[in-house]
Design a protein around this ligand. Structure first.
Ligand code: GCB
Length: 918
């Protein structure tokens, strides 16, 4: 096993002086290091790039006490990259997550053939400050968590002896006021969370010193369906000590691999010189265009050879897509001369259980899922992402915008400006050759909650600084890349951005709009779009965000804002899509978000997760995703809108044999037919891509099938399990009664997917049945809820079960048949405790500080004291799940009566579960 003591970076102590110790250490190293020598000795095409992700060690440095020379103070754990140290702590009940320092170390063996070559470490992304040490010496550093960077290490490598080298990387994700993002609605996972590669080139090569790019930039100043003009800009570098006569050869291949153009230029490079060489390729006739339906990719291979001949010194291959596009403030977006409404989603980069350290295959799958949804646009938000994302967009025909992570606020410092500009340059140069990218963006909701609210003069100065920063990023972007558009994403306070002067600066204004979510009134969305068109008739517009939380475990037949039900979200997306599709001046709209994502400070029904995804965090499709398919796919599509709702429950009708509940089908057909257990329930016309039936479910398995009335081959089916809950225990279901799971103060259903249990809303008591007597539904003091509370309930993952409550309840009665029962009463004290800051996005928040009252009550079950002087807050704490269980024997047809007796304040009950045990 590896022992920390053996890993010493500093020259004095390294490996000791005695031969015996050297041998011992080397033997130990051999067990946890990558012998790079195992890789090929020659460099085909002049360069070799190899994965450098295995056999690393990670050590957390909470006290920030280690240095490159004193790593032995840390505890080490073997890991493979990508890696984050926050995968678990962001989801626990403890507020906050580790934001500090971590070290990574690795040993590897130099290959003798690299001796006179250039060697680099290429990091795809490390969050967020990095220092790289090679054999104890600082090789380079980087600021910013979302762009790649390249560190030359050749000069620090050892070739003598056995050629082992030690790499140590110091990483920090602490708050740094000079590095964006400062705050945001996502989690800033720390670590080397993207891939690392080792690159070896000849000393003549395409520059690796150009903001992490490949040193090759392809421009297409003129593209039509007749002709394409292609120019390349190539940064060549001579890292040798001699003048060199070279040839730069650029070859264009079509998608079939056939060479269709070539250009050769002679280049003279002095020792140590870097030069920019421009080339015009011969004009391409009748080019194959890149489009969303046919993402045709050419390939450009750029080579450097010695003028006198010989092999290739360096070679880089890049994709090329030929297309032209425009955003028009009146008519929307055009690709290759044809109008195209852009519809898609934004994407965050994290995934269930692994934070942001996500394997490439899962990232590629995200873009594939967007394509399968019918989407044609990806807003890469709020930061540049793994290189495979834009590669996949190029390949699949998805247009894209990319942005740097200036979110919510800026720091008025030179350092912040410098880091931001550097990020913008890295983003543009690293991604320049992707045909999918049509927009570079740089700020998100930067006026959300402006600093200095109490000092208007100071605030004006802050606004001026924001405008200056925006303008300088805008100027830099237009200069770097005049072929693309620029964008800033603003929140729905039109007048604020307009007044500060920000709507003038970017070429496109992106609006993040949440009417009907954070503010009431779904109709205000369309009104906002029309206002933009009226006030800024020359400014193209994209809806860069819109969305509603949708917890896949919550369903409702009377959906309301903030209930987190899938049904509310479906309706919300229908309204938004209709408004966007109707207005040609709206270039497009991007749903927020493709998938649920981590946001540590959020509470709500799924604490630490933002549930606005069309997919879950593990990429299961919610029914909202299928709604998009119904809106966007060309082929006939129909789908039963109950994908993650295979367990249902409902109260039976008086016959005790059925329970009738709505079932929705999303479809792009004008009508659809639904069958239940083989029997037709009729054909319904679709409205806004949705048909609905009242379905009489029976106990147990029910099979649903929907069919295109004009073509039975277009169909969808699913089997769901229904639990009939007796309305009347004296009726036919009474004797078979098994279980009741009831949410008090709620108008929603909750599906416990692990236990396959469904919790149903409560009802008032009636003779022979079950239900509450007295009290009112609890509604917390902020306006981010329609009922219940949005607090994180501690000690449970079933937060929604505890987040609603009946307050001042008098009695609960269940007229169950005689027998043995297990009764669980579920409680949580929803008032009081730490008063958290309101969520930044909740703009019309009128959060009032809650006044905790003392609450003490007793509970009697069938006349016997069960809970005496019960004090939730004192005994268990605030917002904590409390489950009290009692076993009872019901005799004499008395059923169960639960009495709530106030001692101080008002008694409460959050949920109730009753199970017959015999
Ligand atoms: C926004 C932000 C985004 C949030 C989103 C939300 O406006 O741009 O970062 O995640 O709202 O869900 O509140």
């Amino acid at each position: 096993m590896h022992s920390d003591k053996q890993f010493q970076m500093n020259g004095k102590r390294r490996f000791g002086k005695q031969v015996g110790r050297i041998i011992l250490v080397l033997m130990l190293f051999c067990r946890w290091s990558t012998p790079a020598a195992a890789q090929s000795d020659n460099l085909p095409g002049g360069r070799i790039k190899m994965g450098f992700n295995d056999a690393w060690f990670f050590g957390k440095d909470e006290k920030d006490q280690a240095g490159a020379a004193s790593l032995d103070v840390l505890k080490w754990k073997k890991i493979t990259l990508p890696h984050t140290w926050n995968a678990k702590d962001v989801l626990d009940d403890e507020p906050g997550y580790y934001r500090g320092t971590g070290w990574y170390k690795k040993s590897f063996k130099s290959n003798m053939s690299w001796k006179n070559k250039s060697v680099f470490l290429c990091f795809d992304g490390v969050n967020q400050e990095t220092e790289v040490y090679v054999n104890g010496r600082l090789a380079g550093s980087h600021k910013g968590g979302y762009t790649g960077f390249v560190i030359p290490i050749g000069h620090l490598l050892k070739f003598e002896g056995n050629g082992w080298n030690d790499i140590a990387v110091k990483v920090s994700n602490r708050y740094n006021e000079d590095i964006a993002p400062l705050t945001a609605d996502f989690t800033f996972f720390g670590g080397i969370y993207r891939n690392v590669n080792l690159l070896v080139t000849e000393d003549i090569h395409f520059s690796k010193a150009d903001y992490g790019s490949d040193g090759i930039y392809i421009r297409t100043p003129l593209v039509s369906d007749q002709k394409a003009a292609i120019q390349t800009e190539n940064k060549l570098e001579n890292a040798s000590g001699k003048i060199r006569k070279l040839k730069l050869i650029t070859v264009l291949f079509n998608a079939e691999g056939k060479q269709v153009a070539e250009k050769t230029t002679s280049v003279l490079l002095a020792a140590g010189e870097s030069k920019l060489i421009k080339q015009d390729l011969p004009v391409l006739e009748q080019p194959n265009l890149w489009s969303v339906d046919r993402p045709y990719l050419y390939r450009i291979v750029s080579r450097i050879t010695d003028a006198a001949g010989g092999g290739i010194l360096d070679q880089v291959s890049s994709s090329l897509g030929l297309r032209w596009f425009k955003f028009d403030a009146e008519k929307g977006f055009f690709l290759n001369g044809k109008a195209l409404k852009l519809v898609g989603a934004s994407r965050h980069q994290d995934y269930q259980g692994i934070g942001n350290a996500v394997p490439e295959a899962l990232q590629i799958r995200d873009v594939e899922l967007l394509k399968a949804m019918g989407g044609n646009f990806l807003r890469v938000a709020h930061y540049p992402q793994d290189p495979v994302i834009l590669e996949s967009c190029d390949r699949l025909g998805i247009l894209a915008s990319v942005e740097i992570p200036i979110v919510n606020a800026i720091t008025e410092s030179e350092a912040f400006t410098a880091v931001s500009k550097n990020m913008q340059l890295e983003m543009i140069r690293q991604n320049f050759n992707h045909p999918s990218v049509v927009i570079w963006a740089y700020m998100n909701e930067v006026l959300l909650r402006p600093k200095f609210g109490n000092d208007k003069i100071r605030q004006q100065l802050y606004f001026d600084h924001i405008r200056e920063l925006a303008q300088s990023l805008e100027d830099l972007t237009r200069k770097e890349d005049p072929s693309r558009y620029t964008m800033m994403a603003c929140h729905g306070d039109f007048d604020r951005y307009h007044k500060v002067g920000l709507t003038k600066i970017p070429m496109i204004v992106g609006w993040n709009l949440y009417q009907g979510w954070y503010s009431a009134g779904l109709d205000d969305f369309a009104k906002f779009l029309d206002k933009h068109h009226q006030v800024l008739p020359d400014k193209p517009l994209l809806v860069s965000e819109y969305g509603a939380d949708a917890d896949p475990r919550i369903r409702s037949f009377r959906p309301v804002r903030f209930d987190k039900s899938i049904e509310y979200a479906i309706n919300y997306h229908q309204v938004y899509l209709n408004a966007v599709l109707k207005r040609p001046f709206v270039s497009g709209a991007m749903a927020w978000n493709l998938a649920d994502f981590n946001s540590e400070t959020r509470e709500e029904t799924m604490p630490h997760i933002n549930n606005k995804g069309l997919l879950t965090l593990s990429r299961q499709a919610k029914d909202t995703y299928f709604l998009y398919q119904a809106y966007l796919l060309d082929r006939p599509f129909l789908k039963i809108s109950s994908e993650l709702w295979r367990d249902r429950a409902g109260i039976s009708d008086p016959s005790g044999t059925i329970s009738t509940q709505p079932v929705q089908v999303v479809t792009n057909l004008t009508s659809a037919e639904l069958f239940l257990n083989g029997k037709s329930l009729g054909i319904r016309q679709s409205k806004d891509k949705l048909c609905e039936w009242e379905v009489p479910f029976k106990q147990g398995e029910n099979s649903l099938r929907t069919v295109d009335p004009n073509n039975p081959l277009n169909s969808d089916q699913l089997v769901l399990n229904f639990n009939l809950v007796p309305q009347n225990f004296t009726g036919p279901l009474g004797k078979d009664f098994h279980q009741l799971n009831i949410l008090l103060g709620a108008d929603r259903y909750f599906i416990d997917q692990d236990l396959h249990q469904v919790w149903i809303p409560d009802q008032p008591y009636q003779q022979g049945s079950w239900g509450r007597i007295g009290g009112n539904p609890f509604k917390g003091s902020n306006n981010r809820i329609s009922y219940g509370s949005d607090k994180n309930i501690l000690n449970t993952d079933l937060d929604p079960v505890y987040q609603t409550q009946r307050i001042d309840i008098k009695q609960y009665k269940m007229d169950v048949p005689d027998g043995d029962y297990e009764l669980n009463l579920l409680f949580s004290e929803l008032i009081g405790g730490i008063d958290k800051e309101a969520l930044a996005y909740n703009l019309d928040n009128n959060h009032v500080k809650e006044k905790a009252e003392e609450r003490i009550f007793s509970v009697q079950v069938n006349g016997k004291v069960f809970l005496k002087d019960f004090n939730l807050a004192e005994n268990y704490g605030y917002a904590t799940a409390v489950k009290q269980q009692i076993r009872l024997n019901v005799t004499g047809g008395r059923g169960i009566t639960i009495d709530f007796i106030p001692v101080k304040g008002k008694p409460v009950l959050n949920a109730l579960q009753l199970r017959k045990t015999n």
